[in-house]
Design a protein around this ligand. Structure first.
Ligand SMILES: Cc1ncc(COP(=O)(O)O)c(C=O)c1O
Length: 345
């Protein structure tokens, strides 16, 4: 049987978490227990709810999972860091990443003194299970997998991976930061079948709220409660929480922007395909498009001279001469296409 408590760092098993004043009580008439300032000119004088009940409740409705399965953090980046600190012992354990992928898995692991091993996606940018299996070792505690993947833009086939990592007792993080753009179901629906599964989501992309820093995880209640015990007590601030609650209460607003981005993505892919300068326009289920051109450096430079900044991914494994371009507003995309069409090579 799979057991989370066998996987977490042993020193965190019986660890006594900090109990803040707001953990102990939050509904007295006169709160004199947290050294807060009693004057509430901006309604920000009180510490936030450390258990984030309202926010987790609202997210639990959005993802259709009980609140016990939801953990919130200051961006999904914070949760990546917390997962590594929960499961990995510095100098002993390892994480596995599937490259090319989002850079923060490696950064967070290395900052925490955790060795990173990696395997490559195959020619279709999908998981090659046999090369993944050979990159795993007895020290691997977490596999990070991003789907739809940044920077390739496609979804990965994750069920075989989940099946294998469950049998090996390895935590598997599926980062679904871009899920809404793919119009498919979240793998979080499989959470009861795979107790080793942690799904990462965020309000930074489809919800258009990167500035507030709000990410969340959907995972087994046991993982959520261990994460709750090691997080900083007030990791999500009141302003962030209020903006997130407001956005989540009006889903139509997000869905309108989402459809616009998806239809602009389709239009851009069509237009890019007409440009001889691109050898490859990769399909995308995210809000960006990966492009290959032997002139990638020149394209990036010309765009920059016209005030348009795109991301050079040429240094990533498998992505020689590749640029990643985020989908902008129709006007921004029009300008992008205008500059690309007028380029002299
Ligand atoms: C795959 C992936 N995960 C997570 C993040 C970061 O999300 P957040 O803003 O919630 O920290 C990004 C940001 O680009 C990303 O591409």
């Amino acid at each position: 049987m799979f057991s989370i408590s066998d996987l977490i760092r042993p020193e965190l098993l019986h660890f006594k978490p900090y109990l803040s004043a707001r953990h102990l009580s939050s509904n007295g008439e006169i709160l004199l227990d947290a050294n807060e300032n009693p004057y509430d000119d901006e309604n920000l004088n009180r510490y936030p709810d450390p258990n984030q009940i309202a926010l987790r409740h609202s997210l639990s409705e959005y993802v259709d999972a009980p609140i016990e399965n939801i953990f919130v953090g200051s961006g999904s980046d914070e949760i990546i860091d917390l997962l590594i600190r929960l499961f990995c012992r510095p100098g002993r354990d390892e994480v596995l990443i599937i490259e090319p992928t989002y850079g923060m898995y490696r950064v967070c692991a290395e900052v925490n003194g955790i060795k990173v091993s990696s395997c490559l996606l195959n020619d279709e940018f999908d998981i090659d299970i046999s090369s993944l299996r050979s990159a795993l070792s007895r020290k691997t505690k977490i596999v990070f997998c991003c789907s739809p993947n940044n920077p390739t833009g496609n979804r990965l086939s994750v069920t075989e991976l989940l099946e294998y990592t469950k049998s090996e007792g390895i935590i598997t993080v599926i980062d679904e930061a871009y899920l809404e753009f793919s119009k498919t179901d979240s793998v979080s629906r499989l959470r009861d079948e795979y107790p080793n599964l942690v799904v990462l989501r965020t309000l930074s992309k489809a919800w258009g709220l990167a500035g507030i820093r709000l990410g969340y995880a959907v995972a087994a209640p046991e993982i959520v409660s261990y994460l709750m015990s090691i997080k900083l007590p007030y990791n999500v601030n009141v302003l962030t929480s209020n903006s997130a609650l407001e956005a989540l209460s009006n889903r139509t607003n997000m869905e309108k922007k989402l459809s616009e981005i998806i239809s602009e993505r389709k239009r851009l892919i069509g237009e890019f395909n007409k440009l001889a300068v691109f050898e490859e326009v990769y399909p995308s289920e995210a809000n960006f498009i990966l492009l290959k051109s032997e002139y990638s450096e020149k394209i990036k430079q010309t765009l920059a001279e016209n005030g348009i900044i795109v991301r050079d991914r040429s240094a990533d494994p498998l992505l020689e001469n590749c640029l990643r371009i985020s989908v902008g507003t129709p006007e921004q995309n029009e300008k992008l296409l205008y500059v690309l069409k007028g380029m002299k090579l």
